[in-house]
Design a protein around this ligand. Structure first.
Ligand code: TRP
Length: 445
């Protein structure tokens, strides 16, 4: 069978494409949602530790598998060890991609809805309001009205999925990186401006304290799982996205360096997002434990306190929607590549069919809050953590770090880092995740 694959056009292009997958609603919306509901500082600390010692090594492992085999999320396991049961990771990734896409596209739909609100000037009533309580009420009502309007929500989700499907059906190399190269720098600037305003609001320091001071007393097993799950989610790991992206990667690429850059980009945006959200939240006297809509309630109020706020709101929600789109593209790409490589479907048919299946779950995720948060927990946290565990076992014990290192570092220049990576992948990550998963199962009883 002929296996023709496009390659990314240059190194920086690849880093941008992968960063486009990684940077998305996960950094802005999900990170602040999870940090707020898990006590703030301690969650952030464990998340950062997990990025360095757990998620980044798995990122490197996935990229390495993908490039070595030039295969999709199922094929790359088989091509390293024919017949291996580990190929079911790819099958799980296939389902996880569709399920994550479903609740993700509900929030992406809200982002597009908020872009529309910003353009139509709906937020302007907020700038005429003085009292903090009324301000919060008005903004909450705006969010609730959209969330309860099932027809509008469904239309927004369908619009968003149509864009995703259209781009994926046209093939991978054309476009994602170009978007990302332009939007990433603008996103940094806008975040910077919003953070300055947020930090200068009354009582902003309470928010900073919540965000940065770890309260050891809030330590519990769910918090640790959520933080590790968020690290996997944010870097698009644990289900084959980065295997699939790595498969389009040329042999010239320096994998450890690319992985480091992607992780750094992605983590900085998440950390900045926290500085944008929590000071406003505390300044408004709101509890950090907000539902999925927290960020959407808080930000319009922040814009109402910035000169030319409407323009910033349009830019921000526009960028949020684009960031979400470059991530949904990478999510849909996983099952599409599998159908194309294994079932000989053509790309167009695979994209449209799988997009339609996603909608079947996306609409209930938008309508029922419990379904949404259950899906977020099962697929966004647990499935990815289990996936990350299995991938590190596969690379550490089946493929073996020596072989992986030959792929990522043919001239053995990275002896020391290579040895640390091998230790993390083979022992540290599997043992750590196993302990955490087992204690959380015990905790259930
Ligand atoms: N990482 C993306 C974000 O932070 C979401 C995402 C894209 C993802 N592809 C993924 C999450 C694969 C898990 C697995 O928004």
């Amino acid at each position: 069978m002929q296996n023709h694959r496009d390659n990314w056009s240059s190194k920086i292009t690849f880093v941008f494409a992968a960063a486009g997958s990684a940077v998305g609603l996960g950094n802005l919306w999900r990170f602040s949602y999870e940090a707020g509901n898990n006590g703030g500082g301690l969650f952030v600390l464990i998340y950062l530790i997990a990025i360095v010692f757990v998620a980044s090594p798995v990122l490197l492992a996935e990229l390495c598998m993908g490039r070595h085999t030039s295969k999709d999320a199922i094929g790359s396991f088989i091509s390293i060890k024919p017949g291996t049961k580990f190929r079911y990771i790819g099958h799980m990734g296939y389902i996880a991609a569709i399920m994550i896409l479903s609740f993700y596209s509900a929030i992406a739909g809200v982002s597009v809805g908020y872009l529309y609100k910003a353009i139509s000037g709906e937020f302007s009533i907020l700038s005429q309001t003085e009292s903090v309580e009324t301000l919060v009420k008005q903004s909450q009502n705006m969010y609730n009205a959209l969330a309860a309007d099932h027809l509008s929500m469904s239309i927004l989700i369908v619009i968003f999925m149509l864009m995703t499907v259209y781009i994926v059906s046209k093939g991978i190399a054309g476009g994602i990186e170009k978007f990302t190269k332009i939007f990433m720098p603008i996103l940094f600037v806008i975040l910077g401006i919003m953070i300055i305003r947020s930090l200068t609001l009354p009582n902003a320091s309470d928010g900073v304290a919540f965000y940065l001071q770890p309260k050891i007393s809030s330590l519990n097993i769910d918090l640790v799982i959520s933080a590790i799950g968020q690290a996997f989610f944010s870097l698009s790991l644990g289900m084959g996205t980065m295997i699939t992206y790595g498969s389009y990667l040329s042999k010239k690429e320096n994998l450890p360096q690319s992985a480091g850059m992607i992780a750094l980009f992605d983590t900085s945006i998440a950390v900045l997002a926290g500085f944008m959200v929590f000071p406003v939240l505390f300044s408004l006297g709101m509890s950090p434990e907000q539902g999925a809509g927290g960020m959407f309630v808080v930000l319009p109020i922040l814009f109402s306190k910035i000169p030319l706020g409407q323009i910033f709101a349009i830019l921000f929600f526009g960028l949020l929607a684009i960031a979400a789109l470059t991530s949904t593209i990478s999510l849909l790409e996983v099952p599409v590549a599998i159908m194309v490589d294994n079932r000989n479907w053509n790309r167009k048919k695979a994209s449209w069919m799988l997009g339609a299946v996603t909608l079947l779950f996306a609409i209930p995720a938008a309508i029922f809050e419990d379904f949404f948060s259950l899906w977020n927990q099962i697929w966004g946290t647990v499935a990815l953590t289990v996936g990350g565990l299995l991938i590190s076992i596969f690379v550490g014990w089946v493929w073996k770090p020596e072989n992986a290192l030959r792929e990522m570092d043919p001239n053995s220049k990275l002896l020391k880092i290579g040895r640390i990576w091998a230790f993390l992948i083979k022992y540290f990550i599997p043992v750590l995740i196993l302990i955490i998963l087992i204690s959380s199962v015990i905790n259930l009883f």
